[in-house]
Design a protein around this ligand. Sequence first.
Ligand code: HPA
Length: 257
Amino acid sequence: MLGLIGGTGIYDPEMFEDTRVEAVPTPYGEVPEVFIGRVGDREVAFLPRHGRDHSVPPHRVNYRANIAALKRLGVERVISTNSVGAINREMRPGDVVIPDDFVDFTRGRPSSFFDHEVVHVDVTDAYCPEVRRPLLAAARKEMDRVFDGGTYVCTEGPRFETPAEIRILGTLGGDIVGMVGVPEVVLAREAEMCYGAICTVTNMAAGISEHRLTATEVVEMVRRNEATLRAVVAEVLEHLPLERGCRCRNALKGARM
Ligand code: HPA
């Protein structure tokens, strides 16, 4: 089964056929609504990250429960959709980035399944190359401006960043900034799942943008891109290879002390 974690603007399970809802209990709490449906002949578990009514803010998302629920349902590969601000000035609102690395500036989020044993997973290829490839191909087919690779910086939120923070994050090599990508990507690796993200640039980051940032502009840009984003997601879900040839499935090999 494939997993889709939908970010801002992607809440609607109507994009799948024969959808049913399941509540999935996990050791980290219950995930009240996972929608299980089909795209073509593939079964997909769809989880709206912020809840269907968008009531869960980024710093309060139960990332561990979400990933544990997908794992429990038998999901091996996850596609995630995120909205981001652009730090890299070559990018602009409406563009899409398929990130290939991240920097973690979150604070105090529970970000590991391993609190009682010493486990260090490798995140050299944090975003699975086998998922990135079809994601990139699908995005290029449906969209004009798609960036192959980019470093996603995750901030704690829920406030936007300051201009000084964005200058620092840019100096450190960040291309895009968001509030939800970490620890989701890390937990997927700890669960030996493949994970790929498609990031929609909704705004230039603080201090680069010529105006003050609003949540409204983020939502409006996502809405504008929603139909194409759905087409990309549907296409990827249909074309991901069935067998996994990557290293994600053995992520815990050699990781325990
Ligand atoms: N910063 C953090 N998260 C975001 C932004 C931003 O500028 N835009 C969309 N999500």
